[in-house]
Ligand binder design. Sequence first.
Ligand code: NAD
Length: 492
Amino acid sequence: MDTFLNYIDGQWVPSVTGERFESRNPAHPSQVLGEFQSSDARDIDAAVQTARRAQKAWRRTPAPKRAEIVERAVRILEDRKDELARLVTQEMGKTLVDSSYDVGGAITSGKYMAGEGLRMFGDTVPSGLPNRMAMTRREPVGVVGIITPWNLPMLMPAWKLFPAIVCGNTVVVKPAEDTPLCAVRLFEILEEAGVPPGVVNLVTGYGHTAGQALVEHPDVDMISFTGSQEVGRRIAATAGADLKHVSLEMGGKNAIVVFDDADVDAAVDGVLWGGFSTAGQRCTASSRLVVDEKIADDFVDRLAKRMGELVVGDGLDEATNVGPIINPKQLDRVHSYTRIGIDEGAELVLGGKKLDDADLDGGYYYAPTLFDHVTPDMRIAQEEIFGPTVAVLRVSGDEEAIEVANGTDYGLSASVYTTNVARAMNAVAEFESGIAYVNAPTIGSEIHLPFGGVKSTGNGHRESGKSAIEQFTEIKTVFIDYSGGLQRAGID
Ligand code: NAD
């Protein structure tokens, strides 16, 4: 079996712990993709120290030159796109179509951020004093710790790492323990592209050891985290006490609102994609369907019929619509919510069981699941399940629909289906979410636009697009006085 190493200071090195963990294919659990370093605080310390040492030279490297290296990485990613998409499917389970988006998103992110290396704009502003220039310039934050989840195993490290290094930061990445091979391949590409030693470092391992050590390390200036709310809250508290910059992107309980004038077939198509692609394991998954009671019976009938046609299986098989759940623990968690929903009095319309047919080879599959007559206070309407389970909440009229859609702690993505532009625009304005869609499901954000959520989904940052540059830079305000004497700002 292949053993994969950490990448520190431009070298592939074993962990000081000598311990390793496996990554398995969730569609074929007997298939081990490799063994990875189970690192601890000592490995993190080595990586942070090398990132610190590399900081000075990298921040002095002109941004357009930093961007050229990212451009080279993009070209390699493009050449290897199909092979990498297959790897994403093998390690994470999602279908090849989904995995192509994962790798394609990493490519687009690299292209966008390589362009940012030529911009990295500051402002030039008129000074209130004569013969004085006022402007801002962007500078790196310093050493950035990047902690990523397993559901976007290539995209998520890439879309944090590319803007971070184009902005002149050096980084230490701690990828999810379920998908370390995708991160290793990305780092091999960065090495081939010529990123100087120490600028990017990879340390694999578990969250409570390697992840936590990165958050606690005093020489880390910023943590960029995507993952669960529970872990995000803990990171905010720890890193906040050290006054580190912290950017958090956490979960969602995203609603598709279906008004009574909606094109029901389009809405059902939207739910099938938004609720069940990636087996519902997306932060933006359409897990709640808020449907006007006037059309709810028809909507649920049509949805259940179409859900019955979804093919569950190995993501490498082109016929598959819904791949496996990432691991047995998560599979149990998804299933526990079915019991919770039934106990709470919701009506289980379809699914609600683990699938263990012989041809599924022991993969961690869950049947696409539909609950109807869910009420807003139920746990299945409030908590992120992160599986192929959707809940229908029946409402009366637009106002109640929007109130119910907004009625969770989360605020990542929301969508409305309607044929009336005024009703659509009202919903867009009223949604408490970082992303809003009209006549599309709650997934489908594009890499060149800001991404993130309000309320307990985030802490005010937006990743992706030009907002990433805001996140990974500090602003320095500069005044240049060429009057030849003393000028007192705000006084003279
Ligand atoms: P998770 O929070 O369990 O783990 C995320 C990462 O944090 C992993 O790398 C893990 O090792 C690390 N980690 C765990 N404990 C840690 C600790 N104490 N200190 C430091 N790091 C620690 O989440 P997950 O199960 O990998 O991913 C699923 C979650 O991610 C879902 O809640 C989903 O909504 C969320 N997610 C959010 C977005 C978004 O942008 N909003 C995108 C994708 C996934």
